[in-house]
Design a binder for this molecule. Structure first.
Ligand SMILES: Cc1ncc(COP(=O)(O)O)c(C=O)c1O
Length: 415
C-alpha cells in the first residue's frame, strides 16, 4: 500500500475551521463522507480534469464538484465570457438583463417539456419552486417523491429543525417500483399535486439505476390519469446525459423539470422549465423572487457552456469516454473475487460493495477508497463519480489501472 498522503495544511485549515464554522465544513463535503484522515478536506485549485489540494497533492478529479463540472475546471472560453460581462456590462442590477431571454429561448429549443422557464440559483431552489408551482396549479397539497431533491424543508432527509407538518404531505417512493406508486396513488391520488422523480435512480451509497422498460412511461400515465403534475428532477441528468436531459434520452416528456449542476459548468444557476399552462401560475398566483436570481454571470456562463456542449459534441464524447471507462471496470470486476458491483455507466460511474452479514463490505469500501486517494484518484465512497469532457485518455486509463491495483490490494488482505 502506498503511504498516507501528506495533509498538514488540510488538517491545519480544518482545525481552524472547527473554531469558525459549525462542523468546520457543510454537509456532504465533511470528512466522514470520505475516508476520514486519508482524504484532503480543502482544495486549492483545479484545471481540466485535475484538482490540487492545499498540500499540493494533485488528483484525477472523478467527482467533478458533485456534478457541475461537465466540461472541465477553469474552462477558459466560459470564464472569458463571464469576465467580459463583468468588465463590459456588470451583472447585478435592479432590472433584468437581456441574456435572460436568450437563455430561455435556448432551453425551449433543447428541452422537450420546456415551453417556459425561470432561473434560480441552486438545485434546491429549483425543486422547491417546481413543487410550489405544481401545488398552485393543481390546488392540491400532497407530493410523491423519489430521489434527493436538496436541503429545503419539504424534502430534506435529516429532519432536525423542520416541523412535521411541513413534510407530512410528502411521501417517498422507491425508484423503479411502479406497483408501489400505483397503490399510493389509488389512496391519495386526488390530493396529490406532483410526482417528483429523478429519471435515473441514484440513491446515496447505492447503485445508480436506469429506468426499467416502461417505468417512466408508467409513471407519466399514472400522473396524467390522476391529474397530477409530473416533475422530472434533472439536476444530475440535465446537460449531462443529453442536451434535452433524460426526458429526451428516454423519450418521456414530463410536465415540469428542474435543471442545475452541469448547466453552467460550475457557475451557480438552475432552472424550472415546463408546460406554459402550468408555469404561468407564476404570473400572478405564485411569488418567486430573490435578490440574486436575475444575476447575469451564471446566465452568461450557461449560454457559453451550452454553446460549447453543442458545438463540440461534448455530451457524446463524455458518454463515449464513460462507456469505455465502464467497460474496463466491468472487466476488472469480472476477474476479481471481491464482491463488488459497478453501475452508472456511462455518465456516473460508481463502484459499490455487496453488503454481507459480517459487514466485510464496509472494510472493503474503506480500504478500496483509501487506496484510490493515496494514489491520487479522487472518488467518493458513498456517491457515484462523474466523467468530464476534459478527462484525458491518460487520466481515465490511470484511474482504471489504479482501480485494478486497488482490487489486487483488497485480494491480498485478510478480511
Ligand atoms: C437530483 C438532485 N436534485 C436536487 C439537488 C439539490 O441541488 P443543490 O445541491 O444545487 O441545491 C441535487 C443535489 O445533489 C440533486 O442531485
Amino acid at each position: 500500500m502506498t503511504e498516507r498522503l501528506r495533509l498538514d495544511n488540510t488538517n491545519k485549515l480544518y482545525n481552524e475551521a472547527l473554531e469558525l464554522i459549525p462542523g468546520a465544513i457543510l454537509g456532504i463535503r465533511r470528512p466522514y463522507n470520505f475516508v476520514q484522515g486519508e482524504y484532503p478536506i480543502f482544495f486549492d485549485k483545479a484545471k481540466g480534469g485535475r484538482v490540487i489540494d492545499v498540500d499540493g497533492n494533485e488528483y484525477i478529479d472523478m467527482l467533478c464538484a458533485y456534478g457541475p463540472i461537465i466540461i472541465g475546471h477553469r474552462e477558459e472560453e466560459i470564464d472569458e465570457a463571464v469576465i467580459k460581462q463583468i468588465r463590459d456590462k456588470g451583472f447585478c442590477f435592479s432590472l433584468t438583463q437581456p441574456c435572460q431571454n436568450i437563455l430561455a429561448e435556448k432551453l425551449r429549443q433543447l428541452i422537450p417539456c420546456c415551453e417556459k422557464s425561470v432561473f434560480v440559483k441552486t438545485g434546491s431552489d429549483a425543486t422547491t419552486a417546481a413543487v410550489r408551482i405544481a401545488r398552485a396549479y393543481t390546488e392540491r397539497t400532497k407530493i410523491i417523491r423519489c430521489g434527493y431533491h436538496g436541503w429545503h424543508d419539504w424534502c430534506v432527509e435529516v429532519k432536525g429543525g423542520v416541523p412535521e407538518k411541513i413534510y407530512e404531505d410528502v411521501l417517498e417512493i422507491e425508484y423503479n417500483n411502479l406497483q408501489q406508486l400505483e397503490e399510493l396513488v389509488q389512496k391519495i391520488g386526488k390530493d396529490t399535486a406532483a410526482i417528483v422523480i429523478t429519471p435515473l435512480g441514484h440513491p446515496l451509497a447505492n447503485k445508480v439505476e436506469a429506468p426499467n422498460e416502461g417505468y417512466l412511461q408508467g409513471v407519466k400515465k399514472i400522473a396524467e390519469d390522476n391529474g397530477i403534475v409530473l416533475i422530472f428532477d434533472e439536476i444530475r441528468t440535465g446537460f449531462r446525459v443529453s442536451l434535452g436531459g433524460a426526458q429526451e434520452l428516454f423519450g418521456v416528456t414530463p410536465h415540469l423539470a428542474t435543471f442545475g449542476k452541469a448547466m453552467a459548468n460550475g457557475y451557480s444557476i438552475s432552472a424550472v422549465v415546463g408546460k406554459q399552462e402550468i408555469m404561468d401560475v407564476l404570473v400572478e398566483k405564485v411569488f418567486l423572487s430573490s435578490t440574486f436570481f436575475p444575476n447575469s454571470i451564471a446566465q452568461i456562463a450557461a449560454l457559453k457552456t451550452i454553446e460549447i456542449l453543442e458545438r463540440d459534441n461534448v455530451l457524446q464524447v463524455v458518454s463515449e469516454k464513460g462507456r469505455r471507462f465502464g467497460q474496463k471496470i466491468e472487466q476488472i470486476l469480472q476477474k476479481t473475487k471481491i464482491p463488488a458491483e459497478f453501475s452508472g455507466m456511462p455518465w456516473m460511474p460508481f463502484i459499490t460493495f455487496k453488503s454481507d452479514p459480517e459487514k466485510k463490505y464496509r472494510t472493503y469500501r474503506t480500504e478500496f477508497y483509501k487506496y484510490l486517494i493515496r494514489n491520487k484518484v479522487f472518488l467518493q465512497p458513498y456517491h457515484h463519480g462523474y466523467i468530464a469532457y476534459r478527462h484525458t485518455v491518460e487520466d481515465l486509463n490511470y484511474t482504471v489501472a489504479t482501480i485494478q491495483k486497488a482490487f489486487q490490494y483488497l485480494e491480498s488482505m485478510k478480511i
